[in-house]
Design a protein around this ligand. Structure first.
Ligand SMILES: NC(=O)c1ccc[n+]([C@@H]2O[C@H](COP(=O)([O-])OP(=O)(O)OC[C@H]3O[C@@H](n4cnc5c(N)ncnc54)[C@H](O)[C@@H]3O)[C@@H](O)[C@H]2O)c1
Length: 325
């Protein structure tokens, strides 16, 4: 049996490739990534493992998609995307082509190849400004930025293929993913603050910092894919699950980074306030419920933000020391 991961060279996808190899030792695992952002360098050891096929190709190209779905493909885990509010704002056509048209091509080929399961990665951005607490899967879907719109469009396509083509589909809506992966990106707020602190820069807090976000560890996300794949098709078919973790304000995150950083670095860490991005949600409460995922796929949040910040500091310090030596 083959499992296809799109975006397998990316932050979440590369950790997923490793985990799938551990948990499904008899499967072959194919990754399709155009290396727009990701890099197979971080999983280069997998090249020596005959179970892995690390393809360079584009989900917007039919020939590449076909090549990535051999006849024995049982599951597609679709992570490849232009992720995030900023990247979608800056490259709207590419975001629409990749996140919507690319998803359509994969769904088409999945049906033709009789793929058993299709897991689509979506985002809490589909909800827009929170209107109810907690945010469950039933919360109104009113994205306020192009990223959320493309993810919601992808979801609608997925649901249409579930309803009309007999494809077993599941949608996973992640909140903000953080933590050390197979490779760690330093751009999202938690790693960015750690990076700034380690490199003698002030922490850049958007707006007054009272806005809340929900943070989920990358390894908890990777585990959830495995749990979802192992749950009966009946229980997950046509389902949508929120996958979240701890809700904290940006100021709370900054305070944890400052406390931990001052201990580890032995020096004072400062902060500055910068404007909010134009299409970013500002909300003082972002209470994200993963109850349905806990009940149906046994999803558990195991990792904690404070512990992860400490690990990120150790890693950032190691990288800095290596760069200086
Ligand atoms: N990181 C988060 O906080 C977060 C939160 C919610 C949802 N998500 C979703 O999770 C998924 C993975 O995100 P990530 O954080 O690992 O981002 P990432 O940028 O590290 O990974 C995305 C991967 O997709 C690849 N890609 C982009 N366009 C492609 C194309 N046309 N064809 C093939 N590959 C292509 C990139 O090269 C990259 O390796 C995305 O769908 C993203 O929207 C991420």
């Amino acid at each position: 049996m083959n499992i296809l991961v799109t975006g397998g060279a990316g932050y979440i996808g590369s950790g997923l490739l490793i985990k799938l190899g551990e948990r499904f030792p008899r499967a072959t695992i194919t990754s399709l990534d155009n290396l727009e952002k990701g890099d197979y360098h971080y999983v280069k050891h997998l090249r020596n493992d005959r179970r892995y096929h690390l393809l360079v190709g584009d989900i917007r190209k039919k020939a590449d998609v076909r090549k990535a779905i051999p006849q024995d493909t049982v599951t597609i885990m679709h992570l490849g995307a232009i992720p995030g509010i900023g990247p979608c704002r800056e490259q709207p056509k590419k975001a629409i082509d990749t996140n919507i048209y690319g998803t359509h091509l994969l769904l088409e080929e999945a049906v033709k190849r009789n793929v058993k399961r299709f897991i689509f990665v979506s985002s809490a951005a589909v909800y827009g400004i929170p209107k109810q607490r907690p945010i469950t899967e039933e919360h109104p879907l009113k994205p306020i930025n192009l990223y959320g719109v493309t993810k919601l469009s992808g979801e609608k396509l997925v649901n249409a293929y579930y309803a009309n083509n007999g494809l077993t589909t599941t949608i996973l809506r992640f909140s903000n993913v953080y933590g050390m992966g197979a490779y760690t990106r330093w751009k999202t707020v938690i790693p960015k603050f750690v990076w700034q602190a380690t490199n003698d820069q002030p922490l850049t807090i958007r707006a007054d910092g009272k806005q809340q976000r929900n943070f989920v560890h990358v390894q908890d996300i990777v585990d959830a894919f495995v749990q979802c794949s192992k749950t009966s098709k009946k229980a997950v078919a046509g389902e949508t699950f929120n996958l979240g973790g701890e809700s904290l304000s940006i100021s709370q995150i900054a305070n944890i980074v400052i406390k931990e950083g001052q201990q580890k670095l032995g020096k004072k860490i400062s902060k500055v306030h910068v404007p909010l991005e134009p299409d970013e949600v500002y909300t003082s409460e972002f209470d994200y419920s993963s109850k349905r995922a806990s009940e149906k796929i046994g999803y558990k949040r195991k990792r904690k933000v404070a512990q992860s910040i400490s690990e990120l500091f150790d890693f950032a310090l190691k990288l800095k020391a290596n760069a200086c030596s």
